[in-house]
Design a protein around this ligand. Structure first.
Ligand code: FE2
Ligand code: FE2
Length: 320
């Protein structure tokens, strides 16, 4: 199928979209969290010490299975794991900050009565709460995590945030690119019997997963609603850009950051081997599985774009 063909592409009718947005609005009121009221930061059980043995890399992280990590003393292993979470959280709030700016930009253009206006502001508020809890964790860890690389931050500010006005569907692809891999990682970690989590990390993750489910639902419905109405060139842009965007975003969210590697003294070859391991490559593919499925449903996976998905390391021939 080419991007010009739309048979089988099921758009979401406006009424159905409005009902979905209404449901998300209701859930945002009934089930939301406050970074300070809902986390008992000063509870001694949740005390944050990077040398705390309760910090351990999760089993899903290929770095945990490296000989280098296994050979570290327990306190050092804990420090690497704590740095890993703190680095994820700093990157997470950088992403959320950019996301909020885009959502505000998008809301700024909406007409009176637009059903998504209220939802966008619920999401912005929730992302602010996430940013507060992530930065509080970083501050309490005392670790010098950097977050998103400077160049990517600037590129996102200049080119991605303005998309929320000029090409919002592409903007929401970036949203999925950041949120889907993180959601995948969090759900796997929370469900994994071989991973014991520091209780503070677990509390933050449970709050985050609950609210991100709504954000992901909105972004997916938004694409379902808008893609079938796009012209040929915009659909082509989405089809070709998706594997590139997701390839960059999934690595940003899942791979150990450069500052972690330097700060914790992880040998480069160890990081490379972990990222390129069978488990590492599968994690990358699985982390975008839902967005890949969405793109297939939208008729945005073409023979040519398939080669891009493969080149980006995101194509899973065994996946449906
Ligand atoms: Fe978030
Ligand atoms: Fe989110």
């Amino acid at each position: 199928m080419t991007v010009t063909d739309k048979p089988g592409v099921r758009g979401v009718p406006a009424e159905e979209f409005d009902v979905m947005v209404g449901r998300l609005n209701k859930l945002s009121v009934e089930r939301h969290f406050d970074a300070y009221a809902d986390i008992d930061w000063d509870n001694p059980e949740l005390a944050l010490d990077p040398a705390d043995r309760r910090f351990e890399l999760p089993a899903i992280d290929p770095l945990r299975h490296s000989d280098w990590y296994a050979a570290l003393p327990e306190a050092e292993r804990a420090r690497v794991a704590c740095y890993r979470w703190a680095a994820c959280m700093k990157t997470g709030w950088h992403f959320e900050n950019l996301l909020q700016r885009g959502l505000l930009r998008h809301a700024f253009e909406l007409r009176n009565g637009a059903p998504e206006f209220r939802y966008l502001h619920h999401e912005i508020i929730e992302e602010s709460q996430h940013t507060l809890m992530f930065q509080e964790f970083v501050n309490r860890s005392g670790l010098p995590v950097r977050g998103m690389p400077f160049g990517l931050r600037k590129l996102a500010e200049w080119f991605v945030v303005p998309l929320a006005r000029v090409f919002p569907t592409l903007f929401f692809l970036f949203v999925l690119g950041g949120e889907d891999p993180v959601d995948h990682l969090q759900r796997r970690v929370l469900a994994d019997p071989d991973t014991s989590l520091h209780p503070l990390v677990e509390r933050i993750m449970r709050i985050h997963t609950t609210e991100e489910a709504r954000h992901l639902s909105f972004a997916r419905h938004y694409l379902h609603r808008t893609v079938p109405e796009l012209g040929f060139f915009r659909r082509l842009q989405l089809a070709l850009l998706a594997p590139v965007v997701l390839g960059v975003m999934a690595r940003l969210m899942l791979w150990p950051s450069g500052d972690l590697v330097r700060h914790c003294g992880v040998p480069r070859h160890v990081v490379r081997a972990a990222n390129r391991s069978r488990a590492g490559r599968q994690l990358l593919k699985d982390s975008v599985a839902k967005t890949r499925k969405l793109f297939r449903e939208l008729g945005l996976i073409t023979p040519f774009s398939t080669t891009l998905w493969q080149a980006a390391g995101l194509w899973d021939k065994d996946a449906k």
